[in-house]
Design a protein around this ligand. Structure first.
Ligand code: G4P
Length: 528
């Protein structure tokens, strides 16, 4: 097999989606430990400390170096190379979190067994659905009392509209947690707090009739398990890999991340079944990862907050071919050939200089504001990857300038910062307001800080009556003109000059949609 095909097939590039506190950080730590990236555990903790600094931007800034390194974590496991892309989730939740999901091949959904499907998980699943991203699910915190497993599966199926295929099933819960049963392997894995670190030091029984099992878990637990399994096998779906790969079915695991219980079963199954990089759409044609020529797209830009090094790192997902240090590539949007020197890879704990990268890998390109979100780099062909959109912001503020003479700098600053993708800015058609939109509240503080620091502009942000935005499109010029006139009060243009409807309320949005059936209201906008 060629090295290219082999390296591509080995890659598993994914992200974790969850509501804050479900256990994403803890699970990440355990996965990294299995991958041998022991030192990494420290930096994940460091980032965790930062998450409490909701309004303390300076503290967040201090952690910035760490969050760059933990943006992408690569580790080897069972002959595969796993790339875990971080989805900022606490104070640092932003549009980046959504866009990271456009750069993965699959996702892992972590659910707290006491809380079930929570709001943030629903939103992130919606983003995954845009590309039918395959999802696996880990129901966490089994060492605590939670809801009945069957109810949890029901909730996932009905709220998230995805079939569940349990792969492991809990035996008891909370203080009476005895272990999990692996439905496909027909094995019972006992829960032994303080042990269970790897398969080697776990007690495993083959089948429910294994002689010692009864003695270990007791007659009642065994009976209950048999009853439940009968019910589950009747009511749920058997694992169907094609349905999983189509994003229609989620294999489900149960465990306790903090006790490292059930995690290796998940990881083993994940590396076996989760998809390797697959062909991706561009405007002109799908590109297969095993094509010889290099190509990839930028899905995230992160500014280095250290004033000594005011560079930005653009995160590029390799989609085809092979990256080698120092190679040249075409930046398709600008038409310029650039040398990709000193790209970063994200092996284990440290940023390292990438010597090479394969499809599924992410490399970090240094830049001084010349690279934008959605940029495609190729070996020369004019390819433009699609599916890396802007997402409609969920929070809006009006910029308030303290020194009117700085208006020009304010415009420039907001435009440049919105190119990094964490915020967007809008200019209403009928007023001189500047409205900033974001997905996470901290972004307003970040922008205020950076406007001061980098553009010398003292601006604040105040409440504005907008709840959501939709990009407005209409192929019929007359209909569009009528719409523009009727809704001029609520229309604005974004940084790219596209027309946007800023909804004063959800009801207003709904009414506008009903009254203008010829107009589409898009919740995402592709980059030009
Ligand atoms: P997040 O990244 O999804 O926000 O969650 P994180 O891993 O930080 O976990 C949130 C809290 O839940 C942490 O407790 C963590 O220890 C706990 N936790 C994670 N997995 C399990 C589990 O399997 N069982 C139980 N009982 N708890 C779990 P914390 O009190 O916020 O922090 P810490 O001081 O305990 O670390």
């Amino acid at each position: 097999m060629s090295a290219h095909l082999d390296e591509t097939r080995r890659r598993r590039t994914f992200a974790i989606i969850s509501h804050p506190d479900a256990g994403k950080t803890t699970l990440t730590e355990k996965l990294l430990l299995f991958g041998g990236a022991i030192q990494m555990a420290g930096s994940v903790k460091g980032r965790k400390a930062a998450r409490h600094a909701t309004s303390d931007w300076m503290a967040l800034e201090k952690e910035r170096g760490i969050s760059v390194t933990s943006s992408v974590m690569q580790f080897p496991y069972a002959g595969r190379i796993v790339n875990l892309l971080d989805t900022p989730g606490h104070a640092d939740f932003s549009e980046d979190t959504y866009r990271v999901l456009t750069a993965v091949d699959s996702a892992l959904m972590v659910i707290d067994c006491a809380k079930g499907v929570e709001e943030r998980t629903i939103k992130l699943m919606d983003v995954c659905r845009l590309r039918d991203t395959p999802i696996m699910s880990f129901v966490n915190k089994l060492d605590r009392e939670g809801r009945a497993p069957i109810d949890l599966l029901d909730e996932i199926e009905s709220v998230l509209q995805i079939q569940c295929a349990p792969i492991t099933w809990p035996i008891g819960m909370g203080s009476s947690l005895k272990g999990v049963y692996h439905l496909l392997d027909d094995e019972v894995h006992l829960y032994e707090p303080g042990r269970n670190f790897t398969r080697q030091d776990s007690t495993i029984f083959k089948g429910l009739d294994a002689p010692e099992l009864l003695a270990r878990i007791g007659a009642q637990a065994l009976r209950e398990l048999r009853d439940e399994l009968e019910l589950v096998q009747g009511a749920s779906h058997p694992f169907d890999r094609a349905a999983y790969l189509a994003g229609q079915q989620a294999p489900v695991f149960f465990g306790s991340a903090v006790n490292n219980f059930g995690v290796q079963l998940l990881l083993d199954f994940f590396v076996e079944h989760a998809p390797a990089p697959r062909p991706r759409a561009t405007i002109t044609r799908p590109v297969d990862p095993v094509e010889e020529n290099f190509s990839g797209f930028v899905f995230k830009i992160q500014a280095n907050m250290d004033p000594q090094h005011r560079d930005r790192v653009a995160f590029l997902r390799v989609c085809s071919g092979h990256y080698a240090a120092g190679m040249k590539a075409l930046q398709v949007r600008t038409g310029k050939e650039v040398k990709l020197a000193n790209a970063l890879t994200f092996m284990a704990a440290d940023r390292e200089i990438a010597e090479s990268a394969w499809p599924g890998d992410v490399i970090g390109l240094h830049n001084h504001g010349t690279i934008a979100i959605g940029d495609t780099f190729s070996a020369g062909e004019k390819l433009t990857y699609t599916g890396i959109p802007n997402f409609a912001p969920e929070l809006f503020r009006r910029a308030r300038l303290r020194d009117p003479l700085k208006l020009k700098q304010l415009h420039k600053g907001l435009a440049q910062l919105s190119e990094e993708g964490a915020t967007q800015f809008f200019r209403p058609l009928l007023s001189n307001d500047l409205i900033l939109g974001a997905v996470g509240a901290l972004q307003f503080e970040v922008v205020a800080y950076r406007l001061r620091d980098e553009y010398g502009v003292d601006a604040g942000f105040e409440a504005v009556g907008v709840v959501t935005a939709r990009w407005v499109r209409c192929s019929d010029a007359k209909t569009l003109e009528e719409f523009r006139e009727k809704y001029a009060m609520n229309l604005a243009v974004d940084a790219a000059g596209e027309l946007v409807y800023l909804a004063p309320s959800r009801v207003n949005l709904q009414l506008a949609q009903e009254r203008a059936p010829g107009v589409t209201f898009a919740a995402t906008r592709e980059h030009a």
